[in-house]
Design a protein. Structure first.
Length: 808
């Protein structure tokens, strides 16, 4: 169908609720520019209930509705997506798909509030007057919204989206002077309608109008544009409306007593709480040595006499009548700071605050003191006090900013003419709120849509011949994108890691992982397209989505909420750019990482996969023909590293920390158990080893002995790797294979790499190791698999979903 140049074709989608909303609309160009809906025409729409199948149905529904309207994706001028609030996963499916579509098709993407769209649904259904929408937020909560609706449209009577207990909304609305006029709508009524009815509400909007619709979304976006104008529509900037942090972050925020920052309201992730690998944990006896040496460095030349290890140790063995609280900040196992004090009546006497000189001005002292002060409050304290050397202006300024005031002086306390200033503060301390952190902005403030690349005929021919395949990996806590060409050359390899956002929780928090993927995916894809252009020496602009030959994506296994973001984005991108989709198994990716090091690797061979989620021994009889000889019965190897590091308070992820500690340790120092070590048994079990290590730590700590971390780390590694070697060697003998390779995050471990190469090499086995950087999750390995599937024409349909339980 012909579209005159004076018209704009818009598609809208929303999967925030059980309703998959989708419409194709046409609007006069000038009216669109003004946000004026007067010429709006809905050409086709398909709003239907699709519980939990949104990711399966969304892209194909959009394609079908477009076709019904007589158009295809390349005709679209703009996209509108519902940003929620709603089901977190549902919102992310809609937004990720929309981002993929907008990037692939290079069109503007605009977000609209799902609640506004629901109000417009009521408007369309002829509802007029005061309307209260209670959208379902699960867990006894709703997203409440009040609107005044008249013939001209809807008017918001609330400042921002929030999540509130359904019972509290009943009360608030009941107490409004206009309660009698209020007409109720929203899918939260399916669950909580009875409460409203019992409280006396009698006017309900007809149930068929309780959801957002495709038309409602378009109207909501136009109304927002009429009020504020359109921006560039950069898909990188469209983010979900969550209304709350992840549970883990919300608990942490409450504990620290901080208010949510402006940025976290936008991204839904408490970025301000993420320090680079920095973690705060209670001090333990094992820290005594390190704490004393940190103190000695910090107070070199100062009047304060440094504490000895014995003094720190005695802090933990003192009687409980005088409670104490000590915290350490550490970074990859290195102590960066310490702070602690003891409770005297209702006052916490802060005995020590020390931050490593190279780590000052990073807010570490504040973080430590916030923990100390929180504990003090829990112990019934109402005030805090400390002494600081007169003249130490930096420290005095820090304490003053936390609310400490000078309460007196002790003359000559630190020696002749060295006074101590006594400072006191009321609890809680005035902890800083990072209100200044900026809202996310487009990385380079680029123009969107992206101007067409300028290519010479030769360049076009080159790209055509190279058939670049872009691959996306989002199964856990790295958002990664790589681009590989027909010759197997990696044109781009981008990884955005989220470790900082998870480290302080001692492991990956799935909800944070999903949020971060949504936040960064467009930026990582862009960076990869730019990197590819520069690798190829193309001067006229980044590689364009339509110049790609295919888009690959990790379908599973992994965290379902994280996988969904990559899969939805890739499907949108595939449709938007008009390139085929290739689903990749993440485990196969770890295997194929070996091809990055050894392109002539050929089955049959034995493959060991040791990652954070998997431990398996595989007989690779042919590419795609995998005989899994054995798997772990409990923890994966990487998981065991992480748990042991956590038990030692060393931080996350544990693998790199433990392997570094092990460098100087004696692997024979402690005899840890080797499980299922019988010949012919290819199964693994690591929970017994983990328990043995934890018991050892407890037993040594209870006995007041300082744990020798390097010996512990080396002995733990030896117990794990001995078993890995024996089983791999048995498998090689049993199958007659002469080749061996390895993969997964733990394969980055230098001791494992060295041992396998040396011991198996001695048996005449050729050992292949992936490049060290390609062991932990990355997209180059996914691209490697996608490339092979592309060559064989193995494409995927646009109705695939993430599969968290995929196996080899
Ligand atoms: O493959 P990966 O990045 O993610 C999964 O697919 O699970 O593996 C991550 C795991 C983590 O458990 C991490 O502690 C471990 O790999 N790891 C290591 C080392 N580097 C990462 N384990 C031992 N030694 C290392 N050097
Ligand atoms: Zn992995």
């Amino acid at each position: 169908m012909e579209k005159t140049t004076r018209q704009r074709l818009i598609a809208s989608i929303d999967t925030s609720t059980d309703m998959l909303a989708c419409a194709i609309a046409r609007i006069d160009e000038d009216a669109f520019a003004r946000g004026d809906a007067s010429s709006l025409e809905i050409l086709a729409s398909r709003d239907h209930l699709c519980r939990r199948r949104a990711n399966v149905e969304l892209v194909l529904t959009l394609r079908d509705v477009l076709a019904e309207a007589g158009y295809a994706v390349e005709d679209l001028d703009a996209l509108i997506v519902g940003r929620g609030p709603g089901s977190f996963t549902g919102v992310r499916i809609g937004i990720s798909t929309a981002k993929g579509l907008a990037c692939g098709a290079n069109v503007p993407l605009y977000g609209a509030s799902t609640l506004d769209a629901t109000a417009w649904t009521a408007w369309r259904g002829g509802v007029r007057g005061l309307v209260g929408i209670a959208a379902d937020a699960m867990r006894g909560e709703v997203y409440p919204a009040l609107y005044r609706i008249d013939d001209a449209g809807i008017e918001r009577l609330f400042d921002r989206e929030r999540v509130v207990k359904a019972a509290a909304v009943v009360d608030t609305w009941l107490n409004m002077p206009e309660a009698g006029e209020l007409q109720l709508s929203g899918d939260g009524l399916k669950r909580y309608g009875a409460r409203f009815r019992e409280a006396g509400f009698a006017r309900f909007v007809e149930e068929g109008l309780w959801h957002p619709t495709g038309e409602g979304l378009v109207r909501a976006a136009l109304q927002a544009a009429a009020e504020r104008g359109w921006d560039d529509g950069d898909p990188a900037l469209v983010l979900p409306i969550y209304t709350r942090l992840s549970d883990a972050e919300e608990n942490e925020r409450r504990r620290l007593g901080t208010a949510p920052s402006a940025r976290s309201e936008v991204t839904g992730v408490a970025d301000e709480l993420a320090g680079r690998h920095l973690q705060i944990r209670p001090m333990g006896a094992a820290d005594a040595e390190a704490a004393a040496s940190l103190e000695a460095t910090c107070f070199a030349g100062a009047a304060h006499t440094p504490w000895t290890p014995g003094q720190f140790l005695s802090e933990f063995s003192e009687d409980a009548a005088v409670p104490r609280t000590w915290w350490v900040a550490h970074d990859d196992g290195e102590l960066a700071g310490i702070a602690g004090g003891m409770v005297v009546e209702h006052d916490i006497e802060i005995l020590d605050v020390a931050v490593a000189p190279e780590r000052r001005r990073q807010g570490i002292a504040r973080k430590l003191l916030s923990h100390v002060s929180y504990d003090a409050q829990m112990l019934g304290c109402t005030s805090a006090s400390l002494e600081v050397e007169a003249g130490n202006d930096a420290a005095i300024a820090l304490y003053a900013s936390l609310g400490f005031m000078e309460a007196g002086r002790r003359r000559g306390y630190y020696g002749p003419s060295k006074d101590a200033i006594v400072m006191t503060a009321q609890l809680p301390l005035a902890l800083p709120v990072d209100a200044a952190s900026p809202e996310p902005t487009s990385a380079a403030m680029r123009a969107w849509p992206v101007p067409a690349a300028r290519r010479s005929a030769d360049e076009r021919a080159l790209v055509e011949r190279l058939k670049p395949v872009l691959a996306i990996e989002s199964s856990c806590d790295e958002t990664a994108v790589a681009i590989i060409d027909a010759d197997g050359r990696m044109l781009a390899n981008q990884v955005s890691t989220q470790i900082d956002f998870h480290a302080r929780f001692g492991g990956v928090v799935p909800e944070i992982a999903s949020r971060k993927h949504v936040e960064v995916i467009v930026g990582v894809v862009d960076a990869a397209l730019e990197e590819a252009a520069s690798t190829l020496g193309l001067a006229g602009g980044a590689l364009e989505p339509c110049e790609l030959a295919a888009v690959g994506v990790t379908q599973g296994p992994g965290l379902v909420g994280a996988l969904v973001v990559g899969v939805a984005f890739a499907k949108g991108f595939s449709l938007g750019a008009g390139v085929p989709l290739i689903a990749v198994n993440h485990l196969e990716g770890h295997l194929f990482a070996n091809l990055l090091a050894q392109p002539d690797l050929k089955p049959p061979f034995i493959f060991t996969l040791v990652s954070g989620g998997h431990t398996m021994l595989v007989h690779v009889r042919d590419w795609g023909d995998y005989q899994v000889l054995g798997e772990t019965l409990d923890d994966a190897v990487g998981e065991a590293f992480d748990k042991v590091a956590k038990a030692l308070g060393l931080g996350y992820p544990g693998g790199p920390i433990i392997s570094r500690l092990a460098e100087t340790g004696d692997p024979k120092a402690i005899d840890f158990p080797r499980a299922l070590n019988r010949k012919g048994d290819y199964r693994f079990s690591l929970s017994g080893l983990k328990t043995a290590v934890v018991n050892y730590i407890e037993q040594e700590t209870a006995a007041g002995r300082v744990i020798h971390l390097p010996d512990l780390a080396a002995s733990f590694e030896a117990a794990v790797f001995d078993v890995q070697y024996k089983k791999a060697w048995n498998a090689l003998r049993d199958t007659g294979a002469r080749e061996y390779c390895i993969g997964g995050g733990v394969a980055a471990n230098p001791h494992l790499r060295e041992m396998m190469t040396r011991k198996l090499g001695r048996q005449g086995v050729r050992v292949t190791l992936p490049p060290q950087g390609a062991c932990t999750d990355n997209a180059a390995m996914i691209a490697e698999v996608a490339r092979r599937k592309f060559d064989r024409g193995e494409f995927s349909a646009l109705d695939i979903d993430a599969d968290p339980n995929m196996t080899l």
